[in-house]
Write a protein that binds this ligand. Structure first.
Ligand SMILES: NC(=O)C1=CN([C@@H]2O[C@H](COP(=O)(O)OP(=O)(O)OC[C@H]3O[C@@H](n4cnc5c(N)ncnc54)[C@H](O)[C@@H]3O)[C@@H](O)[C@H]2O)C=CC1
Ligand SMILES: O=C(CO)COP(=O)(O)O
Length: 339
């Protein structure tokens, strides 16, 4: 069965990625309403046709309008995109639940695992909105918001249980600079997106300590190995981790100075405390700081070893000195590469 390609789309959350993805949808021909938490952000988008707080200097198209009123944004929406930080998704969605159009698909942009419940974002959405997994989709991949806002060529993944929904959203978001692939492995795609933030923190810490590319490549490669181990335990398709939502996003985030997670790690490696590093982020979210704990717990629950994730958790939340992280990782028992 074909799913209708949505024309009117509400994007809830007007931060960097919410705004950039709203622009992608508008450039792909949708009528997009971007819903900001703060009135001044919505007003700035309306009056200056840009979002100076999150994407300064990026012109936004006329078929992208903004409001701070979720009811206005959601009225008549044929698809709803959720673009808020993962640890706030549950509370935000609870406040929007009664306004959600009954049949509209719900699309997650968030990359995280919820603290406490250890749920992936699509699971949180299904639970809070009371909808089946067939109405939920995920957009993920090597998608640094600023590069996409600047229309640099990028591929992405639309993951959904329902192949017709993935195809409809793929059509709804394809532009000359943004090429989404479909994928039916929602579990693997979401794990790839959430876990790479933690590895990017580790790469940032290593960079802040003055280590070079061998260390970064080691963390990326062994990071991918531990992400894939968790994926295997949770029933993900192993191929996913070699794709855009796995290796692709991991490489982009671990390598880019635009990454909030890598930058945050760099501050820790450079000697900042967690509080100082958070304050320097100007309110922008580095998801891995919280997800390192939920992912670590998820891995422990499934008997999966994730030593890099564990070390990042210990640096962020248990006072392990960044410099002691290398000896904690390299001092582990010797083993075969594939074991
Ligand atoms: N920025 C990027 O390059 C990309 C981000 N993502 C993911 O998208 C999600 C959203 O990220 P961004 O738009 O970049 O974040 P951001 O920090 O730039 O913006 C967050 C948005 O959520 C709103 N919000 C609502 N409730 C909030 C609360 N309780 N606390 C903080 N903010 C709240 C903020 O007002 C803001 O509009 C995250 O899960 C992130 O990992 C995914 C791909 C790329
Ligand atoms: O998810 C991202 C790129 O795909 C953005 O990464 P950061 O949240 O680290 O900026």
């Amino acid at each position: 069965m074909n799913a209708p390609v949505p024309h009117r789309v509400a994007v809830l959350g007007a931060g960097s990625w919410g705004t950039a993805f709203a622009k992608v949808l508008a450039d792909a021909g949708r009528e997009v309403v971007l819903c900001a938490r703060r009135t001044e952000v919505a007003e700035a988008v309306t009056t200056s046709r840009s979002n100076p707080d999150y994407l300064p200097g990026v012109p936004l198209p006329a078929n992208l309008t903004a409001t701070a009123d979720p009811e206005a944004a959601l009225r008549g929406a044929e698809a709803v995109v959720l673009a808020v930080p993962s640890q706030t998704l549950r509370a935000n969605l609870e406040s929007w639940r009664s306004l959600l159009p009954p049949a509209a698909p719900l699309v997650s942009l968030a990359k995280g695992v919820e603290l406490g419940s250890l749920k992936r974002m699509s699971e949180v959405i299904s639970e809070v909105a009371g909808v089946g997994g067939d109405r939920v989709a995920v957009v993920t991949g090597p998608n640094l918001a600023k590069e996409i806002a600047d229309e640099q060529p990028t591929a992405s993944v639309v993951a959904a249980e329902d192949p017709a929904l993935a195809l409809a959203l793929q059509r709804a978001s394809s532009t000359g600079y943004f090429r989404p692939y479909t994928n039916s492995d929602v579990v693997g795609c979401e794990l790839g997106g959430a876990c790479k933030n933690v590895i990017a923190l580790a790469c940032g810490i290593a960079g802040g300590l003055g280590f070079g590319e061998n260390t970064a490549a080691t963390l990326i490669t062994r990071g991918l190995a531990e992400i894939a181990r968790l994926g295997a335990a949770l029933g993900a398709d192993p191929q996913t981790f070699a794709g855009l939502a796995g290796m692709g996003d991991l490489v982009a985030t671990c390598s880019s100075p635009l990454s909030r997670n890598r930058t945050f790690g760099g501050r820790l490696g450079g000697g900042a405390t967690l509080t100082e590093a958070t304050a320097a982020g100007n309110g922008q979210v580095a998801e891995g700081v919280k997800s390192c704990s939920s992912i670590r717990e998820l891995a422990m629950r499934h008997g999966v070893e994730m030593p890099i994730t564990d070390a990042v958790h210990r640096v962020c939340h248990e006072g392990l000195a960044p410099r002691a992280m290398a000896s904690a990782l390299l001092g582990r028992a010797r083993k075969a590469e594939w074991s």
